[in-house]
Design a binder for this molecule. Structure first.
Ligand code: ADP
Ligand code: ZN
Ligand code: ZN
Length: 719
C-alpha cells in the first residue's frame, strides 16, 4: 500500500511535494484536488500519484488533510498540457495547474454548482398530474417541449409549481439543458461564397486529425461563417469545439451569434468578465458542452471530446499573458491540438508574421479569402492627410473635418480613432517647459478633465491637478496634445448637432458593448470617438468613414513589432468602414506619408507588406527567423537590476548558436517605483534555446543578492 503521494502546489519553486496519506484516505487518482498543510497555511494542490523516488522518511511527512471530491479531478489531458507548458515556459507545474482552474475552485471551501435548468424526467414523461393541478399540468407540458430556466420560471411565478414537479420526481434541476440536435430550419446559413467553398473543401476533410490551418481572410470575407460550418461538422461527429477570442468584449456578441445558429447546442462562455461563481460553473460544465467560447485561459478548459480549436484574430497580442505564466494561448492551443490530435484553425485578416511564415514554409495550411462575402461590399478607399503640408486645429486637419461634416450631412456614421485615453496626454507649463511626470514611472501623467486629476496609465498613480507649476510658480498650466476626452470636446464644438459617443477603457464595461451595437444600428449615434479597442470585430453597417489620428509614434518605435501591429490595427479599422452596400472611406493623418506601411495599406495588400517585413526580419535575425527569451529583473535601483542580470549572464551556459546580449534598461525603465532591466537571449534554433534555458533557469535561483522580481519570458512580445 503506498502511503505517500506527490503533490503539485502553487509555489514559485519548480518542484513537487510529498505528503503522507493518513489512514482512511486512499491514493487519489492523478489530478485529484486535495488540501494539504503548507508552511503555516493550508493549500489546495493537485495529487500526482505515488512519488517514484523519495528520500524523506514517511514519518517526517505531513498528512494530506482531505480530498476535495466536490469537484472533478484535473483530467489526464490537461495534466499533459500543463506539463508541456512547464517544460516549454520553464515555469512550475503546480503554479500552472492551479492557474488553469477558475479562482473559486482554487480554494477548498465546498462548491456546489448551480442547477438552473428544469428538465423533465422519464417518470415525468409518463406522469398524469391531477386534473385540478392545472398549473402543474401546463408546466409539465411546457417541459416536455423544452427545458425551462429558473429565471424564466421565476418571472412567470412558476417557482412553486416547479418545486411540486421536482417533489413528485417528474422533473429535476440540472446544470445544463440536454443537447438537442438543431432543427434543420433553425440554421439559416447563407450559401457559401465560392471562396468559402474552396476553403471548406480543403478544411472539412482535414477535421479528423491534427493540423494547423491559417485562414487569412480580409475583414468581412466571412471567416466567422467559415468557422460556423466547421463547427457544425464537428458537432455532427459528436465532438466539441473550442473557440478562442482575444477580447472579453467580443464574447457576448459572438456567443449570441453561435446560439442563433446552433439553438439546440450547449454553448458555454468562459472569461474573466464573469463573476467567480459563474466562471466556476461554466468551467465545470465545459466537459459536457458542445462549444466553449472564451478568452485565452479557456485553452486549459476540460474538453474530453475536443474536435476543433479555432483561434480568432490569432495575431492579437492579448493571447499572450504578460505576467505569471507568460504563455501564448495560440501556441498552447496548437500544442493541445497536437496532443489530442485535433485540428487548429487560426484566423485573421492580418496574421502574425510568426504564423504567416509557418504557412509560407508549408508547415501550416494557408487558406485565403480575398473578397468580401457580401456582394457589392468593397474595401474602402484609404487616403492620407500629409501633416507636413496641412495644419492641425486641435489635432484635426481641414480635410478630416470636411470628411466628418460631409458624412454627417449624408446621415451616415463616422468613427474617429485616437489611441490615447484621457483629456490630454500631458500637462505642461508654457513658461518653463515643465511637464507633469509620474513620480513612480518614467512616464508623463495624463490629464483627465471630468475628475480634474492627473492619472498615470502605467501604475495607476493619481493626483489632483496642481494650481501652479511646481518649478516656476506659473498658475497657467496648459493641456498638451489630444486624448479621447479632449477630442470629443473638439468634435462636439465643430459638429454641435451630431450625437457623439466616446468609447475607451474609461467608459466601457463588457456589458456595454452589446448596447453600443444596438445604439449604432438604431442610428442613435452619428460619431464614435475612441481608442483602438473600438477596432476589434464590431460590425456597424452604416459606418462609412474612419478617421485615424496620430499613428506616427509606432512607425519609428524601438519595438521591432510596432509596424506589424500598426498595420494590423489599421487594416482592422479600415475593415470597419463601408461593410454593407455603402462605400467606405478611411482618412489617416500622418507626417510620414511615404512610409512603406501606408503604400501597402492603401492597396489592402497584407501579403506584400508581410513579405517586406519578413525580409527585414530575416536580415536582422529577428523572429520568426530566430527565437527569443527575455530575462527581466526589477529592483528599486537600476544598478541592482543590472547587477543581477550581469550575474545571470556570467552563469549562462555556453551553447553554440545561442547568443546572449548585454543587459540593458527596459524601454519603459521605471514603473511603480521599480527600475526595470532586461537581457535578451536569441537563437536560430528553438531546441538549442530550450536546452539553454533548461540549464540556465535553475542557476537563476541561486543568484545573490536577489532582486525584487525577475522572470523568464519565452517568445516575448513586448519589450
Ligand atoms: P469576417 O469574420 O471575415 O470579418 P464575417 O464572417 O463576420 O467576416 O462576415 C462578414 C459579413 O458577411 C457578415 O455580415 C456575414 O453575415 C456575411 N457573410 C458571410 N458569409 C456569407 C455568405 N456565404 N453569404 C452571404 N453573406 C455572408
Ligand atoms: Zn513652470
Ligand atoms: Zn506611474
Amino acid at each position: 500500500m503506498p502511503t505517500r503521494v506527490q503533490v503539485a502546489l502553487d509555489t514559485p519553486l519548480p518542484r513537487l511535494f510529498d505528503y503522507r496519506l493518513p489512514d482512511g484516505i486512499r491514493m487519489p487518482d492523478a489530478g485529484t484536488l486535495i488540501e494539504v498543510p503548507f508552511g503555516r497555511t493550508r493549500q489546495v494542490g493537485v495529487a500526482l500519484g505515488a512519488p517514484t523516488d523519495s528520500t524523506i522518511e514517511t514519518t517526517k511527512l505531513r498528512d494530506v488533510l482531505r480530498v476535495l471530491d466536490d469537484r472533478p479531478p484535473v483530467s489526464a489531458g490537461i495534466l499533459r498540457l500543463a506539463q508541456f507548458c512547464a517544460d516549454y515556459y520553464h515555469y512550475p507545474l503546480g503554479a500552472i495547474l492551479l492557474a488553469t482552474l477558475p479562482p473559486r475552485l482554487r480554494n477548498a471551501s465546498p462548491f456546489v454548482a448551480d442547477t438552473p435548468w428544469l428538465v423533465v424526467t422519464a417518470a415525468g414523461r409518463l406522469a398524469e398530474p391531477a386534473p385540478r393541478a392545472k398549473a402543474q399540468r401546463a408546466l409539465l407540458a411546457a417541459l416536455l417541449a423544452t427545458p425551462q430556466h429558473r429565471e424564466t420560471l421565476r418571472a412567470q411565478k412558476q417557482a412553486r409549481h416547479a418545486a411540486a414537479l421536482v417533489a413528485a420526481g417528474w422533473a429535476v434541476w440540472e446544470r445544463l439543458p440536454p443537447a438537442m440536435p438543431a432543427a434543420p430550419d433553425t440554421a439559416p446559413a447563407p450559401a457559401a461564397t465560392p471562396e468559402q467553398q474552396i476553403a471548406l473543401d480543403a478544411l472539412l476533410p482535414a477535421l479528423d486529425r491534427f493540423g494547423v490551418h491559417l485562414v487569412h481572410g480580409v475583414t468581412g470575407s466571412g471567416k466567422t461563417e467559415l468557422y460556423l460550418r466547421l463547427i457544425a461538422a464537428v458537432f455532427e461527429a459528436g465532438r466539441q469545439a473550442l473557440v478562442l477570442v482575444p477580447e472579453i468584449a467580443l464574447t457576448p456578441q459572438l456567443e449570441q451569434h453561435f446560439r442563433t445558429r446552433f439553438p439546440g447546442r450547449r454553448i458555454v462562455a468562459l472569461h474573466s468578465g464573469l463573476g467567480e461563481t459563474r466562471r466556476a460553473e461554466n468551467w465545470l460544465a465545459a466537459p459536457d458542452c458542445d462549444l466553449l467560447l472564451g478568452t485565452r485561459l479557456s485553452v486549459f478548459a476540460p474538453l474530453p471530446r475536443l474536435g476543433l480549436v479555432v483561434v480568432d484574430e490569432e495575431h492579437d497580442s492579448s493571447f499572450k499573458q504578460q505576467d505569471g505564466l507568460r504563455y501564448s494561448a495560440r501556441d498552447v492551443a496548437i500544442a493541445r491540438g497536437k496532443q489530442t490530435n485535433a485540428p487548429v484553425v487560426l484566423g485573421s485578416a492580418t496574421p502574425s508574421l510568426e504564423s504567416y511564415a509557418q504557412a509560407r514554409a508549408g508547415r501550416y495550411r494557408l487558406v485565403e479569402l480575398k473578397q468580401r462575402a457580401v456582394r457589392h461590399a468593397r474595401l474602402p478607399e484609404i487616403e492620407l492627410v500629409d501633416l507636413r503640408h496641412v495644419p492641425l486645429d486641435n489635432g484635426l486637419s481641414r480635410p478630416a473635418l470636411a470628411a466628418l461634416q460631409a458624412t454627417f450631412a449624408r446621415g451616415e456614421q463616422s468613427l474617429v480613432f485616437l489611441n490615447r485615453r484621457g483629456y490630454a496626454p500631458a500637462l505642461y507649463c508654457p513658461s518653463c517647459a515643465w511637464v507633469a511626470p509620474c513620480p513612480r514611472c518614467s512616464a508623463r501623467l495624463v490629464l483627465h478633465r471630468h475628475t480634474r486629476r492627473l492619472h498615470c496609465h502605467h501604475c495607476g498613480y493619481e493626483t489632483p491637478v496642481p494650481h501652479e507649476c511646481p518649478d516656476c510658480g506659473n498658475p497657467d498650466l496648459k493641456p498638451l496634445g489630444q486624448g479621447t476626452q479632449r477630442l470629443e470636446e473638439t468634435l462636439a464644438a465643430f459638429l454641435p448637432a451630431a450625437r457623439i459617443r466616446r468609447i475607451d477603457r474609461d467608459t466601457m464595461r463588457p456589458r456595454a458593448w452589446a448596447e453600443l451595437g444596438e445604439s449604432m444600428r438604431a442610428r442613435e449615434i452619428d460619431l464614435l470617438v475612441g481608442t483602438q479597442m473600438l477596432a476589434k470585430g464590431h460590425d456597424f453597417p452604416d459606418m462609412t468613414l474612419a478617421l485615424i489620428l496620430d499613428t506616427d509614434g509606432a512607425l519609428y518605435s524601438p519595438d521591432f513589432r510596432a509596424t506589424e501591429r500598426l498595420f494590423a490595427q489599421l487594416m482592422q479599422v479600415a475593415g470597419r468602414a463601408g461593410r454593407a452596400d455603402k462605400p467606405g472611406r478611411v482618412l489617416i493623418q500622418t507626417a510620414f506619408p511615404d512610409h512603406p506601411l501606408f503604400r501597402h495599406l492603401q492597396r489592402h495588400d497584407y501579403a506584400a507588406y508581410a513579405k517586406l517585413l519578413l525580409a527585414e526580419r530575416r536580415q536582422l535575425d529577428l523572429p520568426p527567423y530566430s527565437r527569443q527569451v527575455l530575462l527581466r529583473a526589477e529592483a528599486p535601483a537600476m544598478d541592482a537590476a543590472l547587477a543581477f542580470l550581469h550575474r545571470a549572464v556570467a552563469v549562462a551556459p555556453a551553447l553554440p548558436g545561442v547568443a546572449v546580449f548585454t543587459p540593458a534598461p527596459a524601454n519603459m525603465a521605471r514603473v511603480a517605483n521599480m527600475e526595470r532591466a532586461q537581457v535578451l537571449v536569441q537563437s536560430a534554433s528553438r531546441q538549442a534555446l530550450q536546452a539553454f534555458v533548461r540549464d540556465w533557469r535553475p542557476q537563476l535561483d541561486t543568484i545573490r543578492p536577489r532582486v525584487a522580481r525577475w522572470s523568464v519570458d519565452i517568445d516575448p512580445l513586448m519589450f
